[in-house]
Design a protein around this ligand. Sequence first.
Ligand code: COA
Length: 167
Amino acid sequence: MQLRPERPADAPAIASLIAQAFDGHPHSGGTEPAIVRELRAAGALTISLVAVDETGNIVGHIAFSPVTIAGRAGRWYGLGPISVLPALQRAGIGSRLMTDGLARLKALGAEGCVVLGEPAYYGRWGFAVHEGLVYPGVPPEYFMALAFAGGVPRGEVAYHAAFAAQA
Ligand SMILES: CC(C)(COP(=O)(O)OP(=O)(O)OC[C@H]1O[C@@H](n2cnc3c(N)ncnc32)[C@H](O)[C@@H]1OP(=O)(O)O)[C@@H](O)C(=O)NCCC(=O)NCCS
């Protein structure tokens, strides 16, 4: 298993992988492949990392893109979507994508990262709820942040417009 940044020819395989990972997911609207496609088209896919098996198949993927906080662009990013091929889940691929993706994001000079998801999963990497950093429309315990440098700002977070993409 190797991790590497996506290449242009990977786009269809990434879309297929994401669709499979989120198929039937309770919190999925089925738009995750379109979100990644639109982020890429907008030049807003800050990090797009793939996990590749021994035969060259893409079996995992993680994306990071810029967010705004209180309407201001800065050095904060949103994690997601993250996907692992269903048959290969719970084998550590997601954890490798998380650890490597966050290290790459930090190396780019990011101040921090936000994520919307399961507290039990993302808490392993230090993501935590921070009062004052809010994402409207979801229960607050599911919106978490991790600061690399300095503190966690206050304000309302907005993801890139690509997150409104339709399948
Ligand atoms: C979430 C996901 C990327 C994790 O990838 P993975 O390769 O299965 O994760 P890992 O094997 O590295 O880690 C699995 C560990 O996390 C735990 N875990 C996995 N998904 C979890 C979840 N949703 N909530 C809490 N814990 C979770 C498992 O219990 C496991 O712990 P264990 O090793 O002690 O058994 C993968 O399950 C997936 O693609 N899911 C569908 C898409 C999705 O939900 N994405 C996240 C929302 S953006």
